[in-house]
Design a protein around this ligand. Structure first.
Ligand SMILES: Cc1cc2nc3c(=O)[nH]c(=O)nc-3n(C[C@H](O)[C@H](O)[C@H](O)COP(=O)(O)OP(=O)(O)OC[C@H]3O[C@@H](n4cnc5c(N)ncnc54)[C@H](O)[C@@H]3O)c2cc1C
Length: 609
């Protein structure tokens, strides 16, 4: 038994209420970065114990077997998973409900709420592909989600400069699993409904509460210690959304008396706010500061520093959502997309229902005048008439005015929290808070749901789970962290600006489709094709693409050097036949080729004028 056990019991019994541990000035705003301040401002709670006996009676009602922070897709599916797979861990959970989910915003409207059909651009849409569907099936909730979603069978795309209705190219998708689309909030509404109908005895849903960690229960025990430490301690504050519709994703906890909640198992699923991961980062920094270099390198607790990698967003885009109704002669199960000639804007529309009601996103650079709130609707209309006339004619003036009026929303930036996805033996982080990617490849929610399935499989494989649940966090890191990292790296590599973008996205796409066409058994499909393959992890995709790139370079280098050798040999023969030096012959041929290229480019410019 840990030597901290008894000291822990004592301190636990003496521990002050959380409101006195944390200065009120630290609890004003709730932006993610403030959570770090809050965490480091709070004096760390001394080790207590790893048993339930040390939870003082007055706090018993605030102890749960498991706490989930964040009621998004990952958080709610995690709660369902825990209700299905986690046996009661402690007799001290006086509340029958063993699992609690906190979300700082208001609950989402239920899936049958009219808002999803009357205000289709209020919530952005998610495409759920094989990853997400497999995870939802695993927990027997797919049928509920399927009912609330619509199928997308392919894409109708207008290349830049092509604007007539008939100019579009339709590509039917040949995926093994048909993607289904629904609003992010509708998905969350479905999961909430499942919880309320099937798991209401086990799971408590608490909206309007922000959670900030006080301690992770691994003080001095650290993640490679032999025992789990005292329970995780959390500060829970009532929180009022800053905007009436929760659009900003932020809330205010001013003038609130926070309460303390303890748990044996914490799942951080708080999305891009990543308060839990930020607190883990602060905790790790503190811990390292207290250790000398030898302890850090060779000590019992040696491990790589935990940090949130915040990639610079050098290809920023913002978006405005637009409701659009497509007429009956347009298919209602396609994704419509178009890009403007000067790559100023991109238009992407996904179906909200099967009747032609779509929610489109107009993606722009943040400094674009059209991205600002209250831009001129006439200017917006002119832009649509010029670049997207096929859609402009379907948008009424009232829609143009609404879109012009609203400010643009930002896309999340690439982030990776690691190398661990756990803290100590009681905390796991998953979903967007560990791997945030831009939504271009439809992987964010899908991977977040897949995280939950992987954590579940780990939990199921642990013998004597009631006693050994503390094995799950480290195992989750082992099974998932490399993949999360690969997901963020691959996605970021495909979203670079200018020439780097061409080198890292366009060129590989062309090479992959050429090589895969000629030698499909040797070369894999493009990244998009790889993402669609089932049972292939992101790490495997990364490795396969590296190998493909190497083999492609070898093939190209071989072809080029053969051409070079052939050219050298032919010029030698030609020079001999003409009685000239090789240098003169090669120089003349190069000049002739240059002149031909120049003439061709002039000719094509004239034609396009
Ligand atoms: C425009 C757009 C389109 C997208 N399209 C797709 C797509 O087609 N396919 C796809 O797979 N993904 C898509 N995504 C990404 C997808 O939305 C996210 O990956 C997904 O929502 C992540 O789920 P999550 O549960 O991890 O986090 P979130 O959905 O962000 O949920 C986190 C929750 O935690 C709550 N929270 C945060 N901090 C706290 C706290 N301290 N205390 C209490 N609660 C807290 C928040 O209120 C929030 O409800 C898209 C994203 C955008 C912006």
């Amino acid at each position: 038994m840990s030597r901290y056990y008894w000291a822990g019991c004592l301190l636990c019994a003496l521990s002050a209420p959380v409101s006195s541990l944390i200065s009120p000035s630290a609890i004003k705003s709730t932006r993610a970065h403030d959570v770090r301040t809050l965490f480091s401002a709070a004096p760390s709670v001394e080790p207590t114990t790893n048993t339930d006996k040390c939870i003082p009676p007055e706090e018993e009602q605030n102890h749960y077997d498991a706490v989930v922070v964040g009621g998004g897709p990952a958080g709610l599916l995690s709660a369902i998973m825990l209700a299905q797979k986690l046996p009661p861990l402690s007799s001290l959970s006086s509340s029958a409900k063993r699992v609690v989910v906190y979300d700082r915003l208001d609950p989402p409207p239920p899936p049958d709420n009219l808002v999803y059909s009357t205000d289709v651009s209020k919530y952005y849409l998610l495409g759920i592909g094989h990853r997400g569907q497999n995870a939802l099936k695993y927990f027997d909730v797919w049928k509920d989600v399927e009912k609330a979603s619509v199928a997308v069978l392919g894409r109708r795309d207008w290349a830049p400069g092509k604007m007539k209705e008939e100019d579009a190219r339709i590509t039917m998708s040949n995926k093994e699993v048909t993607s289904r689309v629904l609003a992010r909030d509708k998905l969350v509404g479905v999961l909430k409904q499942v919880i309320e109908t099937r798991y209401k005895d086990v799971i408590e849903l608490k909206y309007g509460y922000q959670v900030d960690p006080i301690s992770f229960g691994n003080e001095d025990v650290r993640s490679d210690g032999e025992e789990a430490g005292p329970p995780v301690q959390l500060q829970v504050s009532q929180c009022t959304p800053l905007s009436s519709d929760g659009d900003t994703g932020e809330c205010s906890i001013e003038n609130n008396q926070p309460s303390k909640v303890t748990t044996q198992f914490l799942i951080g699923a708080d999305g891009a706010a990543r308060g839990i991961a930020n607190a883990m980062e602060s905790s790790d920094e503190e811990y390292r500061k207290q250790r000398n270099i030898f302890q850090r390198l060779f000590g019992k607790s040696k491990q790589l520093p935990f940090r949130v990698t915040r990639y610079d967003d050098d290809n920023q885009r913002v978006y405005k959502s637009i409701p659009i109704k497509f007429p009956d002669h347009w298919a209602h199960d396609l994704n419509y997309s178009a890009r403007s000639v000067n790559s100023r804007g991109t238009f992407e529309a996904l179906p909200s229902d099967a009747n032609g009601n779509y929610c489109a996103l107009l993606l722009l650079r943040p400094d674009d005048v059209l991205a600002s709130a209250n831009c001129d609707p006439k200017v917006l209309r002119e832009y649509f008439d010029l670049q997207f006339p096929q859609f402009s004619k379907l948008l009424g003036d009232d829609v143009m005015e609404d879109v012009a009026k609203k400010g643009a929303s930002t896309l999340p930036s690439f982030r990776f929290a690691g190398p661990r996805h756990h803290e100590g033996k009681r905390t796991v982080i998953l979903g967007d808070c560990v791997h945030t990617v831009k939504p271009y490849f439809g992987l964010g929610a899908n991977t977040a749901l897949e995280d939950v399935k992987i954590l579940s499989q780990i939990i199921e494989s642990i013998p004597d789970l009631e006693k050994n649940i503390d094995q799950a966090p480290l195992e989750f890191t082992k099974q998932r962290a490399a993949d999360s990292r690969a997901l963020v790296k691959i996605s970021r590599g495909m979203d670079r600006p200018g020439k780097i973008g061409t080198m890292r996205f366009v060129l590989p796409l062309i090479l992959d489709s050429m090589f895969n066409k000629f030698m499909p058994k040797v070369f894999g499909p493009s990244m998009f094709g790889m993402f669609q393959k089932q049972e292939v992890t992101f790490t495997q995709i990364q490795k396969k693409k590296r190998l493909d790139r190497l083999m492609q370079s070898v093939v190209i280098a071989t072809i080029l050097s053969s051409i070079g050798i052939g050219f050298g040999y032919s010029t030698k023969v030609l020079a001999k036949a003409l009685g000239m030096s090789c240098t003169v012959v090669r120089g003349s041929l190069a000049a002739a080729m240059f002149a031909a290229g120049f003439a061709r480019s002039k000719l094509s410019k004239k034609e396009s004028n």
